[in-house]
Design a protein around this ligand. Structure first.
Ligand code: PAF
Length: 284
């Protein structure tokens, strides 16, 4: 079967009705397009765990603040569809903004996950996670997948969507898959395309810093505040502008305590290199 591309809610519903009527499991991979190997591994997982794989491609205006990169975010629908067809994707859903938000940005119903949407990245990007959860809730209601696959690079997003799904009683399994990295350790991200060649050389330092912190925690260091401050200072000296580097509990992203088990913790980081905001994390 050739891959189907639908741009309307009705079109997607029709295509899905047949799968559902015949009892086929549906995997959804929500994306903003500009697909890289990280996304493709999510699609691959969907292929292996469901009969039908649907990928949504939508640069969601609701999750960008007015001063952010919505306009320059890379849009590469044709190339994305070619990659997805090769992987055996069944359906691409690529709606317009009007199709998903018919009442306009300011009059649209939003879904908010409290606390998890306000800390870490949520503190620096107010409204961002409400935009994400509002979109993903719509996609879940429209598509009603059996499972949805996300990358753990956006660790907070994954945790927040897991919470939303659980609390809104959506019968959808939320899968988080490990971050894909370039051979030098840089986490794959569509925003890496913004880096200048010199910045691209520097970029793997972020992951190296996280690995260095990991070694120190594994060696018994429990003064997490000192550890993160040291790491922020070092990155700053190397020309970065860190937003935050934090050691948190994996389950709810509350601050790690000295007596927490190391295995329950994750190091999360956001730092700017020039005009590019890079995000990464490392589960301990
Ligand atoms: O991770 C992303 O690409 C986006 O935040 C998502 C989940 C597709 C929602 O727009």
């Amino acid at each position: 079967m050739p891959m189907q591309i639908e741009t309307t809610r009705a079109g997607a519903r029709n295509a899905l009705a047949h799968y559902r009527a015949t009892g086929q499991r549906i995997a959804l991979i929500p994306t903003m397009g500009n697909l890289h190997a990280g996304h493709l591994s999510l699609v691959e997982y969907g292929r292996q765990h469901a009969e039908r794989v649907l990928v949504s491609i939508f640069v969601n205006p609701l999750q960008f603040a007015p001063n952010e990169d919505f306009d320059r975010y890379p849009r590469t629908l044709e190339a994305d569809c070619a990659l997805l067809a090769e992987l055996g994707t069944d359906l691409v859903f690529a709606p317009s903004t009007e199709e998903l938000y018919p009442y306009g940005r300011d009059h649209t119903t939003q879904v908010q996950v409290p606390v998890l949407s306000d800390l870490l990245c949520g503190a620096a990007r107010p409204g961002h996670f409400n935009g994400v959860s509002s979109l993903v809730a719509r996609l879940f209601n429209l598509i009603q997948p059996d499972l949805a696959v996300f990358g753990k690079k956006d660790y907070q997003q994954w945790r927040l969507l897991e919470r939303m799904t659980q609390e809104l009683l959506m019968p959808i399994e939320i899968i988080g898959l490990p971050t894909h990295r370039d051979s030098d350790g840089l986490a794959m991200s569509s925003r890496n395309a913004y880096l200048t060649p010199a910045e691209r050389q520097t970029a793997p330092q972020l992951y190296k810093s996280l690995q260095h912190m990991q070694q120190q925690v594994l060696a018994g260091e429990r003064d997490f505040a000192a550890l993160t401050e040291q790491c922020m200072n070092q990155l700053t000296q190397q020309g970065w502008r860190p937003d935050y580097i934090e050691i948190r509990r994996k389950v709810d992203l509350t601050p790690a305590q000295a007596n927490d088990l190391t295995i329950d913790l994750v190091i999360l980081a956001v730092a700017w290199l020039g005009k590019t905001r890079l995000i990464d994390n490392l589960e301990l």
